[in-house]
Design a protein around this ligand. Structure first.
Ligand SMILES: [Zn+2]
Length: 314
């Protein structure tokens, strides 16, 4: 059981399966250096016990957690920020300046999601968001450096998926914690010599130009590896950057071509689903259609919604 929840990589980086929605869907990363800990992404309130289990297994007291760093304030990334800050008394919360106020007063974030999902589903997925006091938040300016007991983490602003998105560069591992900027590639999408990856264009701030620029920014550091929130370690990112850029452009073409369909969201989702099913089957032959559905359905539904919001802005 524990092996499925925790993965340990080089450079003292661990990946925790947060348990959000299904196994291996959303990750929380733990970075250790000289008795200090940075936690990147928080997933939801329900994920905190898994983080505490790992700290306990490693004999790390909660007081050693120095930073909690959600890449953006969507709730699969920052929904647990408030409860983490309560448990980790010495931690600072690092967040994009435009995300900070939503964590100080999470009522708008909660309301937005309850309006879409309803209260019952909201509670099951996220639970009550806990406010973070303002004096424990450090607003992450672009190019800011963070010192984790001598290990430098570099913050870059990476808009495109959301305006207030940041990615975190770890010089030591030559790796990026990418949040949603470098798309999603679940473990079920890993084939014998490649893996399938799709961009995430979910509502309400998707911007193709900004997202492609942010991918280019990440690649300009010549990363050797990426730590995807959805999901896990991705090596040789060069092989995937062009694929993602092409896919973002393709999604926009599909959206534009179906702008006047009677129900554009459904139509766009249907076209994307067919395309991605075929691609996934090429990379992971023999994957059955129920599994393809389970893996891609939710993301492509959100992608289609985000593309329609983008269409309406243009
Ligand atoms: Zn996400």
């Amino acid at each position: 059981m524990t092996e499925e929840i925790f993965s340990h990589y080089d450079h003292r980086i661990s990946c925790i399966d947060s348990g959000y929605i299904r196994p291996n869907m959303a990750a929380i990363y733990l970075l250790e250096h000289n008795e200090e800990i940075a936690i990147i992404e928080t997933a939801t309130n329900h994920s905190l016990s898994r983080v505490l289990t790992l700290l306990d297994k490693k004999n790390i007291p909660p007081s050693q957690v120095r930073y909690v760093i959600p890449t953006h304030v969507h709730l699969d990334h920052a929904g647990g920020a408030g409860s983490m800050m309560e448990i980790f008394p010495n931690a600072e919360l690092i967040v994009h300046p435009r995300g900070a106020r939503h964590l100080v007063d999470p009522s708008r974030l909660m309301k937005g999601v309850i309006d879409v999902y309803g209260q019952e589903k909201y509670d099951a997925l996220y639970g009550e968001l806990i406010a973070v006091s303002k004096n424990r938040i450090v607003e992450a300016e672009d190019d800011m450096e963070i010192d984790l007991a001598g290990r430098t983490l570099h913050i870059r602003h990476t808009p495109g998926h959301a305006e207030h998105h940041i990615c975190i560069w770890d010089e030591q591992s030559k790796g990026w914690f990418t949040g949603d900027t470098f798309g999603v590639s679940y473990r079920e999408m890993i084939g014998s010599d490649s893996r399938h990856i799709i961009p995430t264009t979910s509502p309400v701030q998707f911007s193709p130009e900004k997202l492609i620029n942010s991918i280019n920014l990440l690649m300009s550091y010549n990363p050797e590896r990426l730590y995807l929130t959805h999901f896990g370690l991705l090596e040789n990112p060069k092989n995937y950057a062009e694929k993602l850029r092409q896919r973002i452009s393709y999604y926009c073409e599909v959206a534009q071509a179906n702008r006047n369909a009677s129900s554009p969201t459904e139509k766009i989702e249907e076209v994307m689903f067919k395309k991605e099913s075929v691609q996934l089957n090429k990379i992971v032959p023999g994957i059955d259609s129920a599994q393809v559905h389970e893996i891609l359905k939710m993301d492509l539904h959100l992608n289609a919604q985000g593309l329609v919001v983008w269409l309406n802005r243009n």
